[in-house]
Design a protein around this ligand. Sequence first.
Ligand code: RRO
Length: 316
Amino acid sequence: MSLLSTNISSVFLKSCFYNASGCLCVTKEDILKVYNSDSGAVISKSCTFSPREGNPKPRYFENKYGSINSMGMPNKGYRFYTYMSNYLLELGDSKPCIISVSGLDFDELLTMLSYIDNMVKRPEQLVEVNLSCPNIPGEAQVSYNFKKMDNCLKQIFSNKYKKIKIGLKLSPYFDPSHILEVSNIFKKYPLHFLTCINSLGNGMIINPETDKASIVPKKGLGGIGGLYCKPIALSNVFQFYKHLGDKLTIIGCGGVQSGQDVYEHILCGASAVQIGTQLVREGPRCFTRIEQELKEILIKKNIKSIKELCGSIHKL
Ligand code: RRO
């Protein structure tokens, strides 16, 4: 075990941070960029049964506080990302490859999960089921419909899986009663991890050069990432860790630009942390910089491992 190593469920990561799904992970070329960086893992773009082009452009915009996107789930289809996980395994590094799967259509989701379970060559394959995409016109986020989410999990776990370890990517929640309610649903199922949080859904950012909405789809509404998200992300990590931290792994996502941001997510209960907007802005070198910054903080505070830090705010 080294200073920055961690586990997601029983899967070992040499380093506790990696890309957020959607960022630098649609094509083989981009996935290889993350794979060849100092990230602790690589996660793929949320995939659907059939490949998708996504929403019309412009569909991504950023300013100094963060980003807005309405990509609309452009991806190469689930078979491609299953192939990528096997391809990366054969490259020989032990870096985990997590497959993100869209939870928008339950029938497709069940088919994709069975296929991945049968085809992957890793003994343990992490799968992040995305129940929180805010950007499909006409489709509500499943994670805001608690009954539907419960039903989805019931269907998923009525099957037995050999290799895949399933976790969920969640929307931000803004009321503790909602977090308690969904936590009680999650307790009924053998989930391995929760990723908190997806982008803040349906925000709007005006482009100051044009006085118009900065992106085109959904009349300018899109998922907000970056610094705008950090307080809500930390709060969701903190609350889910409190309810479920003894049962499953919490992965933090939202507003991570520096080693200090990673530190704060872990303090609140994350065992691993995803980086989105900053990765798009800076490229995969951000992992090298953040690694150095995080190491310096841990050494200064005499913290010996991510495990020691994880959730320690709860003990204060
Ligand atoms: O592709 C997207 O528009 C997208 C997805 Br699937 C998601 O989960 N979160 C997001 O901000 N954008």
